[in-house]
Design a protein around this ligand. Sequence first.
Ligand code: CTP
Ligand SMILES: C[C@](O)(CO)[C@H](O)COP(=O)(O)O
Length: 421
Amino acid sequence: MDSRLRSVGVLLAGGVGQRVGLGTPKQLIEVAGRTIIEHSLAVFEAAPEIDEIVVLMTPGYADRVREIVARGGYRKVSKVVEGGSSRTESTWRALAALGAEECNVLLHDAVRPLLEPRIITECVRALETHEAVNVAIPSSDTVLVATPEGAIGEVLDRSRLRRSQTPQCFRLSVIRRAYERAMADPGFAGLPATDDCGVVLRYLPEVPIHLVQGSERNIKVTHPADLHIADLLFRLPRPVPAGDRAALAGQVVVLLGDGELAREAARHGAAVRVLTRADGVRVEDFDSVAKALGDVGGADHVVLVAGAGHAGDLVRASGETVADVVGAGHLGALNLARAARPHLRGSLLLQVPPGSGALHESGAAAVAGLTRALAREWAADGIRVNCLNTGASPLVVAQTSLDILISDLSGQVIDARVDGA
Ligand SMILES: Nc1ccn([C@@H]2O[C@H](COP(=O)(O)OP(=O)(O)OP(=O)(O)O)[C@@H](O)[C@H]2O)c(=O)n1
Ligand SMILES: C[C@](O)(CO)[C@H](O)COP(=O)(O)O
């Protein structure tokens, strides 16, 4: 029998987003192609340590969340409950919705959409030996206490200061006991806690709260500028994990273009099919690509292999050069994506050739945008899409490509030169 305690992720999304000021709860604003709450939902849904998710949503918006849950197939969500008039009131309602059985509760601000899976793993592990766990990072600013007159009263010892994040995690019986005491305290409403650890610290001071290392990425979208910062953080390339390339053994890998990647994939046991101009396959011609992929049948991975690339002045480039560069790059990527989709089981990788100048840059930006949009559109079917800016040695590009194919990355624009992967 599994003696492990059940772990419930509680997404606190009951706020109105007054400081963002858009007249709609900020958790419903789209950032990097998804609502903020859906990013948070997806992290908890994908975390193997999480058994169940409960969402506390702003009154009047619960059905919007139910739609997001149904459309995205978030199977771990058991309840969408209306939140209260303050964060602590929403937590209190979540605790009421959780039933009698002991479990781990991970209370997370839904507006921290960049939570890393590593933090959930470490929190649940810490709950094996601690009844209360918080996530925090050191402060890089000096923090001071102001006087009521607006002068500096005290400069705090920065080496001891931490910035509190979420999830804040507890044994259900512990956080419930703390909240029962808080709700019975007539003074609580006049001096509310700004987080759940504050409630435990005040009402159960004997319970030590263990700290897990948070992350600078795990920002709380609070002010309008945070929407832009979150969007940029989502776009930062994630490192390509070095996986076990033996996982490619027996997988069908279709390459639009020959080279080192074909040899490396075959060396790791993939069933490689190379389609080239010599076979009459021209990426700028949709019909030729669709026919060739149809003849192959199903594919685990399809890769647009980058050609030589272009560097130079747009104005001086001939019409033929422009057509070649756009045809092999942007149009080729569009054609390949359209043609590959019905046959694809695993992932699409779009390599971008090295180069510089307006012609090259505009094509590379178009393929990057295509990658992000396709990754979102195809995610529901479990198909991943990534882009690799080449420019490193052919062997490094080939090996990085294989690592991307076997990873769980999607929507990533990876720069082989910067990542050194
Ligand atoms: N009554 C509330 C208030 C806040 N929250 C949630 O607690 C998290 C952190 O709160 P905050 O950033 O303050 O969100 P808002 O209250 O929406 O923001 P504001 O104070 O600007 O209105 C958010 O995910 C928010 O939805 C909640 O569940 N219930
Ligand atoms: C819980 C919290 O995110 C920890 O930093 C923070 O206290 C929430 O504050 P807010 O004013 O409700 O955003």
